[in-house]
Design a protein around this ligand. Structure first.
Ligand code: UDP
Length: 274
């Protein structure tokens, strides 16, 4: 696919949301080199529905500023690039996309997509596998998800503290459970690297990196109230509830500086060419 146009901070490709949504195209932007697809939550859910009907394995990542800043770690960019869908998770990514001249229609948080897929799965009786979190979290998340969405089928669950030596066996176990949807909450970038390496081996129709969402589904963690999410202050909520995360929160100002620097560099190189 040819790049559509050059934009500050990277390039934009037009690509079909292959292969089951014929005629539906998305723009794949690059924010500091990391892919971010310009789709809405509704389009993402429709795409997932098509992939479940169609077979094969597709995986989805939800880059936020923290993940984008991890792009230079071994394997991380390849793992993000390999995703069939990369969603703008976080108001910071939506802001960056606009600043870099490659806007996305809205924020698509992994937690919102998970809820929407559970609602869809309830109608379509999808089989769900829950992978990640401390022992007991995935099983509890599965139990509560089924109580809230009785139409879904629980294909299985597994905690997220397994060794590299156990990965092949775990993938086989998931394959045997035959899930339509595999929710993977191993934290970043572990879940992205795992998805890149193992999603295909699990045979799941759609695998989705969800971070701490399994903790939320299991009732161990609360999501910030909607009004705080709407005004983009989710990070403040997490900082107050979990002050030990302050080091992680530094990713946000670092991300802002990196985006502004990329924008400036792009403008300067644009001036140099004219
Ligand atoms: N986790 C895991 N295996 C690991 C490391 C982390 O299953 O080796 C889980 C952890 O228990 C938690 C999730 O990954 O449920 C990451 O949570 P975090 O709050 O960091 O997620 P985010 O802020 O990215 O949503």
């Amino acid at each position: 696919m040819q790049p559509m146009r050059r934009a500050a901070g990277g390039r934009t490709d037009v690509r079909p949301l292959r292969p089951f949504c014929t005629g539906v195209f998305s723009l794949r932007h690059r924010i500091l080199g990391v892919p971010v697809d310009a789709v809405t939550l509704t389009q993402a859910v429709e795409t997932v529905a098509g992939w479940v009907r169609g077979g094969g394995t597709h995986y989805i990542v939800t880059p936020n500023p923290e993940i984008i800043l991890m792009r230079d770690r071994p394997g991380v960019l390849a793992a993000l690039d390999g995703a069939d869908l990369a969603l703008a998770d976080g108001i910071g990514v939506v802001w960056a996309a606009r600043r870099l001249g490659t806007p996305v229609p809205e924020r698509v948080a992994g937690a919102d997509l998970t809820e929407a897929i559970l609602a869809l799965g309830e109608r379509e009786h999808f089989r769900f596998y829950f992978l990640g979190g401390q022992p007991g979290v995935a099983a509890e998340a599965a139990r509560r998800a089924q109580a809230a969405h009785p139409g879904i089928v629980i294909a299985g669950s597994h905690h997220g503290y397994f060794s590299a030596a156990d990965e092949a066996e775990l993938a086989n176990e998931i394959r045997a459970a035959n899930p339509d949807i595999l929710l993977v909450g191993l934290g970043a970038p572990k879940q992205e690297l795992w998805l890149h390496r193992w999603a295909g081996a699990t045979g799941a129709r759609v695998a989705l990196g969800v971070g701490g969402v399994l903790d939320v589904l299991a009732g161990r963690k609360l999501r910030p109230p909607v009004w705080l999410r709407r005004i983009g202050l989710e990070w403040l909520y997490y900082l107050i509830r979990q002050p030990s995360r302050w080091r992680r929160q530094l990713a946000l100002p670092r991300f802002v500086f990196a985006v502004l620097a990329a924008r400036r560099a792009r403008r300067q190189s644009g001036r140099g060419q004219t």
